[in-house]
Design a protein around this ligand. Structure first.
Ligand SMILES: [Zn+2]
Length: 58
């Protein structure tokens, strides 16, 4: 299963490869590797598919 996803930073708009731990699910906070601002990362797993959304953590 692919555990690295390409996401777009909601602050600097850079595309960043994000590694998702195989056991992680739900929400976590991760800093952007480019601009270091905090993302709220939402991880969903359904029917063997990984879905990741990144929004600004406030
Ligand atoms: Zn950024």
């Amino acid at each position: 299963m692919e555990d690295t996803v390409s996401v777009r930073c909601p602050y600097c708009r850079e595309r960043v490869e994000l590694y998702v731990d195989p056991d992680s699910q739900g929400q976590l906070v991760e800093d952007c590797a480019v601009c270091c601002r905090p993302w709220l990362v939402t991880i969903e797993r359904a029917a063997g598919r990984l879905r990741v959304q990144v929004t600004r953590a406030q």
